[in-house]
Design a protein around this ligand. Structure first.
Ligand SMILES: Nc1ncnc2c1ncn2[C@@H]1O[C@H](COP(=O)(O)OP(=O)(O)O)[C@@H](O)[C@H]1O
Ligand SMILES: [Mg+2]
Length: 365
């Protein structure tokens, strides 16, 4: 699927813009603060019904505006097209329309137009918080697997119930705890199985992409760390029950999972250079792209925000070579240096469309 036409009204700092894109490479250039990332986020928002950067609907509303509108025409190049309209007004909320039909819930839209974003904020994935990495795994699986999304929602709800019960535990609480544990066990085991399958699926591809991006032979490995790797969720809950009652919360479960990334055996977080970290995270996102493409049966849209962020010229050149390959579809690239980007694309002989973004307005160059 590729985005053919986009109109934006009052989305963040973009007061009004209307554009036509190519199915290939689209470049957005402009100074810092011009609105390039906001425009990419508008594309993400319309395609996935939410911000790529965790912004709420209200935060995405242009300052002083009463509503925002995003409208896009998509095409798969083989006869299928989609017209998507998204509006948001504070008292009314978000409305999403596919053709003539309004979705009853925005989440129904997720998966129709897959998008993968590579952005400076990916560096959060190597932060201290395992939560970021669980969110990454959840994000990939939710785009292709509705059962998974349902299980995560259920698990989080049950976990909150269980923690509430443990906080004010009395002996008569035991019966309810049994019931909650049984339900948590089903959801937890399913989430664990699917996360493990996912990590197994993307590991070889991420390693290969890393080598192609970095141009060296370092071995990359991804390891899914979970207390459930050696037991079941029911076993885990019953083994930790006494401790949980004393502590007053659930100490074990898939909410403690992590994804360990290493290069040549050394943890990326502690020992990786910025270039290595960025290359591996980009490789991980591209592996996600290829997997999504296979599962959704359409090539996702790729958003490369701040192309040169933490990558040297050579790696950027390899990255461009990769995303021009036939496994990839429509790509949006943002960069603050028009000359640098044009020079590079020209040198590599890559056809592209160019858009200038300035103070929230966009024009084809
Ligand atoms: N809801 C909003 N309404 C109006 N302006 C906003 C909103 N959210 C962010 N901005 C502005 O958008 C600008 C940043 O745009 P951004 O897309 O990040 O720029 P860049 O071109 O550097 O990627 C900032 O000036 C910021 O104040
Ligand atoms: Mg930006």
């Amino acid at each position: 699927m590729y985005l053919k036409k986009l109109s934006v009204i009052s989305f963040k700092n973009i007061a009004g813009a209307s554009m036509e894109f190519t199915p290939g490479i689209n470049c957005l250039v402009g100074d810092n603060g011009a609105g390039k990332t906001n425009l990419l986020d508008a594309i993400h928002y319309l395609s996935m019904s939410k911000s790529a950067f965790g912004m709420t609907d209200s935060q995405s509303l242009g300052h002083g505006a009463e509503f925002f509108v995003l409208e896009g025409g998509y095409d798969d190049g083989a006869g299928r097209s989609e017209q998507i309209l998204c509006t948001f007004k504070p008292q009314v909320g978000k409305k999403l329309r596919r053709g003539e039909k309004e979705y009853s819930r925005a989440s129904e839209h997720v998966g129709l137009i897959p998008v993968v974003t590579v952005a400076p904020s990916d560096s959060l994935l190597v932060s201290d918080e395992a939560e970021q990495r669980r969110r990454f795994l959840n994000g990939i699986l939710s785009q292709t697997d509705r059962d998974y999304l349902g299980a995560v929602v259920r698990y989080n709800h049950l976990l909150a119930e269980r923690n509430k019960l443990l906080k004010s535990y009395v002996s008569s609480s035991e019966e309810l705890l049994e019931v909650l544990d049984m339900q948590l066990a089903t959801a937890g085991d399913m989430i664990h199985t699917k996360r493990r399958e996912l990590v197994d699926q993307i590991t070889p591809s991420a390693g290969e992409l890393y080598r192609r991006l970095s141009g060296d032979g370092e071995q990359v490995s991804l390891e899914y760390r979970s207390q459930l790797n050696h037991t079941t969720m029911a076993g885990l809950l019953s083994a930790s029950r006494e401790k949980d009652v004393v502590m007053g919360f659930t100490t074990a479960g898939i909410h403690r999972d992590d994804l360990l990334m290493t290069i040549d055996g050394y943890p990326l977080r502690k020992y990786g250079s910025q270039g290595q970290q960025k290359s591996l995270l980009t490789a991980l996102k591209l592996a996600q792209y290829l997997l999504l493409g296979r599962k959704c049966d359409t090539r996702p849209i790729l958003l490369l925000d701040d192309l040169f962020d933490k990558l040297d010229m050579q790696r950027v050149e390899r990255l461009l070579g990769l995303v021009c390959g036939e496994e990839f579809g429509q790509v949006f690239i943002s960069d603050c240096n028009k000359l640098r980007l044009e020079e590079l694309l020209g040198r590599c002989g890559i056809p592209h469309s160019l858009f200038g973004v300035r103070a929230g307005s966009v024009e084809a160059l």
